[in-house]
Design a protein around this ligand. Structure first.
Ligand code: GTP
Ligand code: SPV
Ligand code: MN
Length: 585
């Protein structure tokens, strides 16, 4: 036997962690790539990736005078959103995945998907992408490595996460102490919807994704790691991994209240996180700071409060509806160094989507000459990917390794009827019930019908990596001696009148609802009890952009619709028995 220790591999070719090198070797033996590239996350590496994608048509250059560093990716038309019916949580025990997830036995899942991975990277480059979810020096952050054959995924991961050398150094340091990283294996495969699976193995801290290049299916740090795997870890370790934005609301006294809000996909998180208060509020000194727009990890601090970080470093935001009127901060953010996916383009090569302005685009999202007969010019789930720091309202506290203390948790859905603009839960247990009962109309963020009302507890229906009954019990467990828990609210920006119009103007006007929440937190506003919770007093919320009749309607619970709502909620919750915690029965 050779007693000479193996020399340390040079960092450009591997890591100082044998477990990582061995895994890369195993994956390479299965997928058979032509080349292996370990990503360092540098600017030069990003430029090389973009140059390669421009050369092979994966990216199209947009107008560099108006949008420097901006590119367009047109995905396969069959690959434009998350695929919930092909997403699996593969726990040893079926019950642990819950009725809220599709399940497959781990051995069968590995066998099924490994058959697809066999030889799938022939002729391609295998990229090793080390990343850190959360500030690189944060005790709340967690690391992973994504292996992918998609340069588009690598470029997006660089914008969305702390990717490269610093993450690898943390993974090596933690690995030496026996701490595991999350292993994500991804290939775009043939982009055939019949050969597509997104599989999660929470007990192995592993993810395998095949056959899609799109967002939440392929950028494994995001929904797969930071929500499905992290929610599983969070339950074991006493924290929460949630589908929530985090904003800081600075009041005229200079005090900042941090609010975390869970709305289902395409239901307003990015917009609320980047809100610009109406002029009258700005004049008084109100300001919104953006900490995160999609995911929130929080844990109780020694002071009993919940402390939250945004595990991401970028935004993967919905393009349609984004405009100078609705979300000027987002629009300013995406003027440079942005990857657009499935938007339309104008005749001078600028990105365009429905709701942006009244120009008429030249090409639709598939690159065809625009013809309204083909449907919307931009895909309804078209997106932008951009570094978070480019946002004018970006909060430097997003880099705080300890996170920010949360004063309020907000749940909300897209409800054209029944649910009022805002109400407050009576206490933590009631708030958990409100979150567990959440309903929302489906959107284009996932494949399938749009506008169908479904229950989406805490906006986590597609993202909770374990049984919802256990998840609700975990939420309830935070109410313990010494805890200083945030107030819980529920909002609905999407209530419609009989004529199908939104009753509430939304966007910047939502500031008026945030102000009421802060007043409730400070104890300076009264509330009125109702069957669903505490409502604002008459006149407490008004808007110059909303008629008095509309405000009155939007603030009210629809009494006629309530009995059916309550029946549906009871039925929905019964579906999680016998694991449904007794306070929710
Ligand atoms: P994901 O990234 O899919 O998780 O979505 P999100 O929750 O961040 O939703 P986003 O803020 O991107 O908004 C989705 C859509 O809802 C966009 O078309 C917005 O213009 C629209 N929207 C957001 N806020 C409001 C609002 O207050 N009122 C109305 N009417 N529409 C809104
Ligand atoms: C969502 O669908 O909630 C998103 C987009 O934020 S994706 O990354 O595709 O999940
Ligand atoms: Mn989301």
């Amino acid at each position: 036997m050779n007693a000479v220790p193996r020399p340390q591999p040079p960092p450009a070719q591997g890591s100082r962690l044998a477990a990582l090198n061995d895994w890369v070797d195993q994956v390479a033996a299965l997928t058979k790539p032509d080349r292996i590239h370990w990503c360092d996350g540098s600017e030069a590496e990003y430029r090389d990736l973009v140059a390669g994608m421009l050369a092979d048509g994966t990216l199209v250059e947009l107008n560099q005078d108006t949008h420097p560093g901006c590119y367009l990716h047109r995905s396969d038309p069959q690959d434009v959103a998350r695929v919930e019916h092909l997403t699996f949580v593969c726990t040893r025990e079926r019950d642990d995945a819950g009725p809220n997830n599709h399940w497959m036995a781990p051995a069968q899942a590995h066998e099924t998907i490994d058959r697809l991975f066999d030889g799938c990277m022939r002729g391609r480059t295998l990229y090793v992408v080390p990343y850190c979810m959360g500030p690189i020096d944060s005790p709340l952050a967690r690391c992973g490595v994504e292996i992918t054959d998609s340069p588009y995924v690598v470029a997006n991961m660089r914008l969305m996460t702390r990717m490269g050398a610093a993450a690898l150094a943390r993974i090596e340091r933690e690995g030496a102490q026996g701490k595991a990283f999350v292993r994500g294996l991804h290939s775009t495969g043939e982009l055939d919807p019949d050969r597509r699976f997104i599989m999660h193995f929470p007990e192995e801290l592993a993810i395998k994704s095949y056959g899609s290049g799109y967002g939440g299916n392929a950028l494994l740090g995001k929904k797969c790691h930071a929500l499905r795997i992290a929610s599983w870890q969070a339950r074991q370790e006493g924290w929460l991994a949630e589908h929530m934005l985090i904003l800081g609301l600075e009041d005229p006294q200079g005090e900042t209240h941090y609010i975390a809000a869970a709305f289902p996909s395409a239901c307003g998180k990015t917009n609320l996180a980047m809100l610009i208060p109406p002029e009258g509020y700005r004049a008084l000194g109100w300001k919104v700071w953006t900490v995160g727009d999609d995911i929130c990890w929080m844990r109780p601090g020694t002071d009993g409060r919940l402390w939250a970080i945004n595990p991401e470093a970028g935004y993967f935001g919905v393009a349609p509806g984004t405009s100078a009127r609705t979300n000027p901060n987002a629009l300013a953010t995406i003027q440079r160094d942005t990857i657009y996916t499935n938007v339309a383009v104008t005749d001078d090569g600028q990105p365009w989507w429905e709701g942006l302005d009244d120009r008429v685009p030249a090409l639709d999202w598939q690159g065809r000459p625009y013809d309204p007969a083909n449907g919307p010019a931009a895909h309804p789930n078209s997106r932008f990917t951009v570094a978070a720091m480019q946002c004018p309202s970006w909060s430097p506290r997003a880099e705080d390794p300890q996170g920010v203390p949360i004063s309020a948790i907000v749940f909300g859905g897209r409800r054209s009827s029944v649910m009022p603009l805002v109400f407050e839960a009576r206490d933590w247990t009631h708030g958990v019930r409100v979150g567990a009962a959440m309903g929302s109309e489906t959107t284009a963020a996932a494949t399938g019908a749009v506008g169908v009302m479904r229950r989406d507890p805490m906006a986590m229906k597609p993202f909770c990596g374990y049984h919802f009954g256990d998840y609700f019990a975990h939420w309830l467990s935070f109410d313990r001696p010494g805890a200083k828990l945030p107030k819980i609210f529920h909002v609905n920006w999407f209530r419609k009148g009989d004529d199908g119009r939104f009753l509430w103007p939304g966007f910047g006007e939502n500031m008026r609802v945030l102000e009421w929440m802060v007043a409730r937190i400070r104890g300076t506003a009264a509330a009125v009890d109702s069957p669903i919770g505490l409502l604002p007093e008459a006149g407490a919320i008004v808007s110059p952009a909303c008629s008095r009749e509309d405000v009155e309607r939007v603030l009210q619970v629809d009494a006629a619709g309530l009995p059916q709502e309550q029946t549906e909620i009871a039925q929905h919750l019964q579906g999680f028995r016998p694991r449904l915690p007794s306070p929710l029965v």
